[in-house]
Ligand binder design. Structure first.
Ligand SMILES: Cc1cc2nc3c(=O)[nH]c(=O)nc-3n(C[C@H](O)[C@H](O)[C@H](O)COP(=O)(O)OP(=O)(O)OC[C@H]3O[C@@H](n4cnc5c(N)ncnc54)[C@H](O)[C@@H]3O)c2cc1C
Ligand code: SF4
Length: 581
């Protein structure tokens, strides 16, 4: 195959334009570095997305053609992508979600934007499991502070009497008013001593720079046409591109990082999806931000005589300690909300209130070590195709207004079906736990020796199993959700998950929070990168996505990916000034 070389040598080549890559591109370009930004997917700008469409405009009545979360969702990609397979070791499970588009998963993520707390960086010191990070909350706090102000996040600093001492303060825009069902959850959870507090989402409730405030259409997952929520293409990439220092190459599938005889990175080779030709970009520094597992794949595929196990992998730890958040759900129907008067409850595209983890596992002597937060959903959002799924079963379960039941159970057409919709619309409230797994060396991804993608690039094979820690945590979720639903006077919409299904815990990968395959550590024998996300083996190679995480918290990862990427990018600038790289 003919390989085309770029005539120019860039200061930095960044692979991936999502949260980590977007932040690195902005920071480095604004500091004057010339940047080649390689992105495997096509251009995307939510300004011309589907935010304003009505359900009836969906050509297939809402059924997705190429997007996993519905016809108008912004994701180009999903758990399966044509020509880009991955495999799983026998008896293990991992479902790998990839968004191939400018900005990656930031275009359609949930915008839950939580800082990790002080304990989240020192979990081994707390419960003896896993490892502590080589950095503390105080090291990363200044970067969280700057991101809050740069990107915009709503929320409040919590009343300290609630005891939420692992939920740091931040710089918040005012939160939106709680919805009726969220207030109902709060009122009842107060009885159970479970705190329900304003959520923290990276959505503008006040204008910020050129971006207007949210107008509460509730469709954040479609991408925001007014750029009022956070995505890399709407917040990070425009200022990066405005510097004139960034050469953005889309449809560019990075194959490997190139190195010289001294072991330094010299650039990146990629396959252009436009012409299927192979190209090389020369650069003095390489930053991998392709999403954690894809970064591990690139490192493992970058083999040379100097790096026979893959680039930056003398520790053998690239791919190891893969983590995803745990997840479990339960929902109820609440008679006091049936037959409600329809009104607009849209708000932002996500919850206005949530429950942070409220228990000290060790003090409470729980049988699992790490916590989870609870996301709340329900209400009277704009109905779309498939809303109140399984409506034909509701009447059999919850009966008629007078307490009677239809002779043949649920179901129905015409007036009867419409009546059921009116009756149950707004009467459902659901709970989703998102929890912290324990990092295990035995959960990992590696190169599958037998399978390549459509460009001939070796693919990943996953080895992942939940341990007892996560399964017992999932049991606690189910018990808690049931208790909340019963306290609220509701009936379970489906049966509580039991031991036969590992208490309903979702398969690894399903919560889409992959982190931790090139963890940071001071000891080069145990960790691929140092506390600045710089390879121990190859000093001009850095990672800027979730791959450097030592542990996952019960928080969603993106705010920490952004903070680490900002910190790493400023370290690169500093090291370049000092002539160290
Ligand atoms: C439905 C959904 C909801 C979520 N909700 C939340 C939430 O509420 N809060 C939260 O914190 N997180 C959430 N997440 C996770 C969040 O999206 C990720 O943590 C975040 O986007 C990770 O940033 P990243 O830069 O590592 O990866 P990405 O944003 O995925 O970006 C990686 C980019 O690299 C590109 N790329 C990959 N391989 C290559 C290659 N070989 N060559 C060139 N380019 C490549 C990809 O195309 C992509 O654009 C959610 C994710 C999904 C899918
Ligand atoms: S809810 Fe607000 S931020 Fe979300 S898409 Fe609508 S206007 Fe944009």
């Amino acid at each position: 195959m003919q390989i085309k070389e770029s005539p120019k040598t860039y200061d930095v080549c960044i692979v991936g334009s999502g949260a980590g890559g977007g932040m690195a591109a902005k920071t480095l370009a604004e500091a004057g570095a010339t940047v080649a930004l390689l992105e495997a997917g096509p251009m995307f700008d939510s300004a011309v997305g589907d935010m304003f469409k009505w359900p009836y405009q969906s050509p297939r009545r809402g059924a997705p053609t190429h997007r996993p979360f519905g016809e108008f969702d912004a994701a180009y990609g999903g758990w399966e992508i044509d020509g880009e397979p991955y495999t799983r070791a026998a008896g293990t499970q991992f479902d790998w979600f990839r968004s191939r588009m400018l900005g990656g998963r930031t275009n359609h993520f949930g915008r839950i934007s939580l800082r990790f707390g002080p304990k989240d960086f020192k979990r081994k010191s707390v419960d003896g499991l896993g490892d502590d990070w080589p950095i503390s909350y105080e090291d990363i706090k200044p970067y969280y502070d700057r991101i809050d102000k740069m990107i915009g996040v709503f929320g409040v600093n919590f009343d300290r009497s609630l005891g939420l001492d692992n939920e740091p303060d931040g710089f918040f825009l005012p939160p939106p008013t709680p919805r009726a069902y969220e207030l109902m959850v709060k009122k009842n959870c107060d009885k159970l001593d479970i705190p329900v507090v304003p959520s923290r989402l990276s959505i503008l409730t006040r204008p910020l720079g050129k971006r207007p405030a949210c107008h509460y259409c509730s469709q954040c997952n479609r991408g925001c046409s007014t750029h009022s929520n956070f995505s890399s293409p709407s917040v990070l990439l425009p200022p990066a591109l405005e510097t004139g220092n960034v050469t953005l190459i889309t449809n560019a599938m990075a194959r490997e990082v190139l190195t010289d005889e001294e072991g330094l990175a010299t650039g990146v080779s990629y396959v252009s999806k436009d012409d299927n030709m192979e190209y090389t970009i020369r650069a003095k520094t390489v930053v991998l931000a392709a999403s954690a597992c894809e970064t591990a794949r690139l490192m493992l595929n970058s083999k040379s005589s100097r790096y026979p196990n893959g680039l930056g992998n003398s520790s053998g730890m690239v791919g190891k300690y893969l983590m995803d958040s745990t997840g479990g759900d339960l929902a109820g129907i609440f008679p006091q909300m049936m037959d409600g008067i329809p009104y607009n409850e849209d708000g932002v595209g996500g919850m206005h209130m949530y429950m942070p983890w409220w228990i000290d596992n060790q003090k409470a002597k729980l049988d699992f070590p790490r916590g989870y937060h609870i996301e709340i959903w329900g209400g009277r959002n704009m109905p779309s195709y498939g809303f109140l799924g399984g409506i034909h079963n509701y009447n059999a379960k919850f009966g008629n207004r007078d307490g009677s039941q239809r002779p043949n159970g649920g179901g129905g057409y015409g007036a009867q079906l419409k009546d059921d919709y009116r009756r149950f619309y707004g009467a459902m409230v659901g709970f989703s736990g998102r929890g912290e797994p324990v990092a295990l060396e035995s959960n990992y991804c590696e190169i599958d020796p037998n399978v390549v993608d459509k460009w001939g690039i070796p693919v990943l094979r996953f080895n992942y199993e939940w341990s007892e820690h996560e399964i017992l945590q999932a049991k606690h979720m189910q018990d808690t959700f049931e208790e909340i639903i019963e306290t609220m006077g509701g009936k379970l919409l489906w049966n509580k998950a039991g031991a036969d299904s590992n208490y309903g815990i979702h398969a690894p990968g399903r919560i889409i929070h992959e982190v931790g395959v090139a963890r940071m550590g001071k000891d080069a024998k145990k960790a691929p990168v140092n506390e600045y996300c710089q390879s121990h083996d190859c000093k001009n190679l850095f990672v800027a996505d979730g791959s450097s995480f030592v542990s996952m918290a019960d928080k969603n990862p993106t705010w920490t990916i952004l903070a680490l990427s900002l910190r790493t990018s400023e370290y690169i600038i500093d090291q370049k000034k000092k002539g160290n790289i």
